[in-house]
Design a protein around this ligand. Structure first.
Ligand SMILES: Nc1ncnc2c1ncn2[C@@H]1O[C@H](COP(=O)(O)OP(=O)(O)OP(=O)(O)O)[C@@H](O)[C@H]1O
Length: 576
């Protein structure tokens, strides 16, 4: 069967540019393969695996190409003057021996990342005082005889003894609790108080959440006040950690100007794309300890790469991998009691058991999950009316900006798409209509009291980043004039005049992609009525696991089931 290839302008221009660089005549087939390589990166892969297109029939602008066998495709590429091989001279494309075709930049990022991680995974610290360590382990993980808390202990030991450690688990499996104990154990070592420790997350929101959790958890630890107060809880964004340079995409810290930290902890690591992760690990000191926290079942990064997933697969599937001693999977959920709807459904979704997930959804009304058949577009406003008023009135009634921001996280609408009645734009309009009818908001102008908004670009000068969420609210300190309030990563509140806001959009409803790194008490998740590539198991799982108390899903059963069956496939050459 033929595959229709809808070529994006960016891929067409890239292919044209590369063909222009090549000496000699290049075939139309070569141009197509280069365009497909660029498109693969656009879809999240770090390379184009030629095995996936060999012998395929691809239709582009009504012209059909029958692609040759893998060996013939590789020959075609090797003969081009713009294609190099690993270890060869710089050329814009790199083809490896197994048929992965890279844009040079991504090949370089992968090589640097893989080399650094493998080196760290093989490096152990020889300065650990085992007596202190074992004593502290007994105290900080009181023996419960449960395998899961043993896993948290294993992770702690790995993290202390080795330069590289990965902890993966769903929300509520104790990743933060474990990391706080790791920090306590580090501080209790004789040299521990001198350790320079940094913690970072991909978004300001995730950084703020980690900071709050660490502050809460460290108070409960069985250790001295001196150690408690030496456990840092300052969490920054990864961009801030690396030091952005105004007007440049480069960072201040790199291999030639390494970060000054002995231990670096990265939360929500599944959200970190290949380029940023590569720049981060290569900017570490040669003997720095790196601890990655995340959930490998979640959506991969928006940009190219599936670094955290690739690391976790290598570490958990293959005992011979050097990463198998660096990797711990946490499976027991301490936040949701066994039998909780959210825990059960996310398990079924993760295991690809779509029918079981639907039947759990349909019958577990009492345990925090609810299912409703998707209303038709013309019924949406009516169907959403009570939900929207119930979910949003409390923050709109708040007495102060801080209270509004805090209350706004109690409820959110998540959707898969951007456009259409079931996408971000349509749902935000619908919610605005509902709340306006109830006189809860007056959206006569763009900037109205209570408008929630999400920043959609990175603005380093204003310290506002893609995904940051704020609310327009009267400023009590400024005569009640309307300002946009945001939680800064340090938990403080900052405000900005609405006219100065960088690009943003209304945020009663947000995409599941943009919800990564956030958690809400209650959620309403709507899927579109027609299946699409974007609907995958990882998307559904990520959406459901954003809820702390309850989740309601509005969807058509076939669309939900098709999504749960579909796993994201990203090509990458990372090999550990
Ligand atoms: N071994 C344990 N025994 C009992 N309770 C635990 C254990 N580990 C964690 N918890 C509790 O489980 C809850 C969730 O823990 P924690 O916040 O560390 O999870 P998390 O994986 O970091 O979640 P999130 O990703 O949402 O931040 C907390 O209330 C914590 O006190």
């Amino acid at each position: 069967m033929s595959r229709v290839y809808q070529e994006r302008a960016i891929d067409r221009h890239f292919a044209a540019f590369i063909c222009h660089q090549a000496t000699g005549r290049v075939s139309e087939l070569f141009r197509l393969v280069v365009s497909l390589a660029s498109s693969a990166v656009g879809q999240g892969s770090s390379c184009l695996n030629l095995q996936d297109i060999a012998e395929e029939s691809i239709v582009i602008e009504n012209k059909e190409f029958r692609l040759p066998r893998l060996d013939a495709l590789m020959e075609l590429l090797k003969s081009a003057t713009v294609v190099s091989f690993p270890g060869g001279h710089f050329r814009p494309l790199v083809l490896d021996a197994t048929g992965r075709l890279y844009l040079y930049r991504y090949w370089h990022y992968e090589q640097e990342l893989q080399r650094t991680i493998l080196r760290k995974a093989g490096a152990a610290f020889d300065n650990i005082d085992e007596t202190i360590l074992l004593d502290a382990l007994e105290r900080l993980f009181p023996s419960s005889g449960r395998r899961e808390s043993d896993r948290q202990k294993d992770a702690t030991v790995f993290a202390l003894r080795r330069q590289f450690c990965v902890l993966s688990g769903a929300p509520g499996t104790g990743k933060t609790s474990t990391v706080v104990r790791i920090l306590a154990l580090l501080r209790e070592q004789k040299w521990g108080m001198k350790q320079r420790i940094a913690m970072a997350a991909p978004t300001g929101k995730a950084a703020a959440r980690l900071k709050t959790s660490i502050s809460d958890i460290k108070r409960t630890l069985d250790c001295s006040d001196e150690v408690k107060s030496a456990i840092p809880d300052d969490v920054v964004t990864i961009h801030r950690l690396l030091g952005t340079i105004s007007g440049s995409s480069r960072f201040r810290h790199s291999a030639s100007n390494p970060l000054p930290f002995d231990t670096v902890i990265i939360d929500e690591a599944s959200m970190v794309a290949l380029p940023l992760m590569s720049l981060l690990v290569t900017a570490l000191k040669a003997d720095a300890r790196l601890i990655l926290l995340g959930d490998h079942n979640q959506l991969a990064s928006v940009e190219a790469g599936s670094v955290f997933g690739d690391i976790c697969s290598a570490g958990s599937d293959n005992n011979a991998s050097p990463l198998s001693n660096s990797m711990v999977l946490l499976e027991k959920n301490y936040r949701f009691h066994p039998g909780s709807g959210i825990a059960e459904i996310s398990r079924a979704v993760n295991e690809g058991l779509e029918r079981e997930a639907v039947s759990l959804l349909k019958r577990s009304r009492s345990s925090g999950v609810t299912w409703q058949e998707l209303p038709a577009p013309e019924e949406l406003q009516h169907a959403l009316a009570n939900k929207a008023v119930e979910g949003f009135h409390s923050y709109l009634d708040a007495a102060s900006p801080a209270e509004a921001l805090e209350r706004f996280d109690r409820f959110r609408i998540l959707c898969a798409l951007r456009d259409g009645p079931y996408g971000v734009s349509g749902l935000n309009r619908t919610v605005e209509n509902i709340l306006a009818r109830k006189a809860l908001i007056s959206p006569a102008s763009t900037f109205y009291r209570g408008r929630p908004l999400m920043i959609t670009v990175n603005n380093y000068a204003m310290r506002l980043f893609n995904g940051d969420t704020g609310i327009l609210f009267p400023d009590p300190e400024n005569g009640g004039s309307l300002r946009a309030f945001f939680f800064a990563p340090d938990g403080e509140i900052r405000s900005i005049a609405p006219e100065r806001l960088p690009q943003h959009e209304t945020a009663f409803a947000i995409t599941i992609h943009k919800s990564q790194g956030s958690e809400f008490d209650r959620l309403l998740m709507l899927l579109p009525p027609i299946d699409s590539e974007i609907l995958t198991r990882e998307l559904i799982y990520t959406g459901i696991t954003r809820a702390k108390e309850s989740v309601e899903i509005w969807a058509n059963e076939e669309v939900f089931c098709a999504a749960v069956k579909k796993q994201t496939k990203r090509s990458s050459g990372l090999h550990f």
